[in-house]
Design a protein around this ligand. Structure first.
Ligand code: ATP
Ligand code: MG
Ligand code: MG
Length: 532
């Protein structure tokens, strides 16, 4: 909690909603894709740090900094969990959040509590409001969150602050850190090209913007084009860049990683390298004591197996259905939204529903066994629940997803497309609207068209059902806009969930396995709905 000597004045503790409204007011459409002004905006961060008396504190902070296209959040989560299990007081800043903005700020592995959050939030907010001007306006949304993270971690005196880059690297708000202990670059791929450049090399160059003179860095095995750029940038700054090998599953002694999916071995390998280097450079272990690779220290194993992050390869049985007939409606959630991650997500889903899932149900104490197993008299049916932002290309995403599933023998019976509930310019809203006749569904109809063409071409080139006017007879027209043979567009997520529940209840012999993916916002919305 900020103390008097931190300049914290006692104010009436405003409600959480007020804080969320204030935060939402910083969101501008321009700030995200503002290309021309990104360097300038970045420079403003140093003014804000002065206003918040954070300059010196940041220079003393013990930071692990992670950039990359995919796997940043997972890598940070493993890293945090390992160092916490080694006995350190940790802070981790990740993005985005799924349900509550406090998920972005974790202290000792737990989302910051509301009370502390509000105290730090208003402390930063009021200071900035007082000191900003027309020349130096209030920070953008993400800048404010990063500044808040610095405030929280310095006031809470964490032993280590693990920072996930929000976007890119060079001009990201977290890059005000001048001397991290170690840097990591997770898997590089194509995303945010509108801001970061069109080639893998250009994207790698932006991410390598977090390298600092003489500070060691690690990355995972990368495509050649990306690796070359990382190496050039590293050598310019005298950075020792090493490739962290993917974690060898044998080192887990038969245990499972806390985060599911094949790609997590890459992220875990990177996290191990970051933690070992942090421990070495801060004088907690002997140099090289971890480089033999024959076994992992006990605390590392604990950290890797206990790590937990919502919305990444997460399995959630529906509560409404689950009491009467467990396993008849199960959601498989993964926030994949780039072509590469579509593929890993599809692989994970295909394997998870086949092998039966022995993982612990995250955030619940009960064990979760065997929802994926075939039960006599039950037919498993796979359904896709999808949305993605309109800056993404569904012609890249959906085929990657479908083809990977097909290769694993998994075929979706139906795809459901819905708009997101979370609106762009609002951080948080307590009410979930059931239906909204005003909602613009043109994007979902586009997704549906891509889907119908894709499925029909797989079935043998017959695409008569892609005709937008085709309405399936048996579907309640009030609930959905358009139903084709292989897909339905719903006007809202709650309506899609209601349809799934009704279907599961009406067909006692069916068990519905619903893959929810394409957007972390969609995952967050769904979790809010089904976890109540
Ligand atoms: N190493 C990886 N390679 C490819 N895809 C990955 C990898 N790690 C994670 N993913 C996919 O990306 C999704 C998001 O994972 P994670 O949150 O770790 O990444 P991130 O880089 O923080 O993403 P974001 O850009 O949303 O912040 C996962 O649900 C998974 O589908
Ligand atoms: Mg991203
Ligand atoms: Mg992330």
């Amino acid at each position: 909690m900020p103390q008097g000597d931190e300049g914290f004045e006692k104010r009436t503790v405003s409600s959480y909603e007020e804080a969320m409204d204030a935060l939402s007011s910083l969101i501008t459409k321009r700030s995200r894709a503002d290309k021309s002004n990104k360097g300038n905006r970045f420079d403003l961060l140093f003014d804000y740090l002065k206003m918040l008396d954070l300059e010196e504190r940041i220079s003393k902070m013990s930071v692990i900094h992670v950039a990359g296209t995919k796997g940043k959040g997972s890598t940070c989560t493993f890293t945090e969990s390992i160092l916490r299990h080694c006995g350190f007081h940790t802070g981790v800043f990740t993005s985005p959040h799924l349900i509550d903005v406090r998920e972005r700020f974790r202290l000792d592995g737990v989302d910051i509590c509301e009370e502390k959050f509000l105290a730090y939030f208003w402390w930063c907010w009021h200071r900035l409001k007082e000191k900003t001007s027309d020349d130096t306006p209030m920070p953008t949304y993400f800048h404010f969150l990063a500044l808040l993270a610095f405030k929280i971690f310095s006031a809470e005196q964490v032993d280590v602050a693990i920072l996930e880059v929000g976007l890119g690297g060079r001009f990201d708000a977290t890059n005000v850190v001048q001397s991290p202990i170690v840097c990591g670059i997770s898997s590089l791929g194509y995303d945010h090209m509108e801001i970061l450049g069109n080639t893998l090399g250009e994207i790698a160059g932006e991410k390598a913007g977090i390298f600092k003179q003489g500070i060691p860095a690690f990355t995972v095995p990368q495509p050649e084009e990306a690796m070359q750029v990382l190496e050039v940038k590293a050598s310019q700054l005298n950075v020792q860049l090493k490739v962290a090998p993917p974690l060898d599953v044998k080192l887990l002694n038969g245990l499972c990683l806390g985060l599911d999916g094949e790609h997590q071995y890459l992220n875990a390998g990177l996290a191990i390298a970051l933690c070992s280097t942090w421990l070495q450079r801060t004088g907690h272990i002997e140099v090289n004591s971890l480089e033999q690779n024959s076994s992992l220290p006990e605390h590392f194993l604990e950290g890797l197996t206990m790590a937990n992050l919502q919305g990444r390869a997460q399995i959630v049985p529906d509560r409404c259905i689950d009491i009467e007939s467990p396993g008849d409606l199960v959601f498989y959630l993964d926030g994949a939204h780039s072509p590469e991650s579509m593929e890993v997500c599809a692989k994970w889903f295909s394997l998870a529903i086949k092998e039966g899932n022995k993982q612990k149900l995250r955030n619940d104490q009960q064990d979760y066994f065997g929802y994926g197993h075939e039960t006599p008299g039950k037919n498993s049916t796979q359904i896709l629940l999808f949305n993605c932002m309109s800056v993404r290309d569904p012609q890249l995403l959906l085929p990657r997803l479908v083809n990977t599933c097909t290769n694993h023998g998994v075929h979706f019976k139906k795809a459901l497309f819905v708009p997101n509930i979370s609106v762009y310019n609002k951080v948080w809203s307590s009410a979930l609207p059931l239906t909204d006749s005003q909602v613009d569904l043109s994007w979902q109809l586009t997704l549906q068209k891509v889907w119908e063409n894709l499925i029909n071409s797989q079935k043998g080139g017959d695409d008569k059902n892609a005709d937008p006017s085709y309405i399936e007879g048996g579907v309640d027209k009030k609930r959905c806009v358009r139903s084709c043979e292989n897909s339905t567009v719903f006007t809202s997520l709650p309506l899609a969930v209601k349809w799934l529940r009704d279907t599961a209840q009406q067909n006692k012999s069916a068990r519905l396995q619903v893959l929810v993916t394409g957007s972390l916002h969609l995952i967050g919305d769904l979790l809010r709905l089904v976890k109540k």
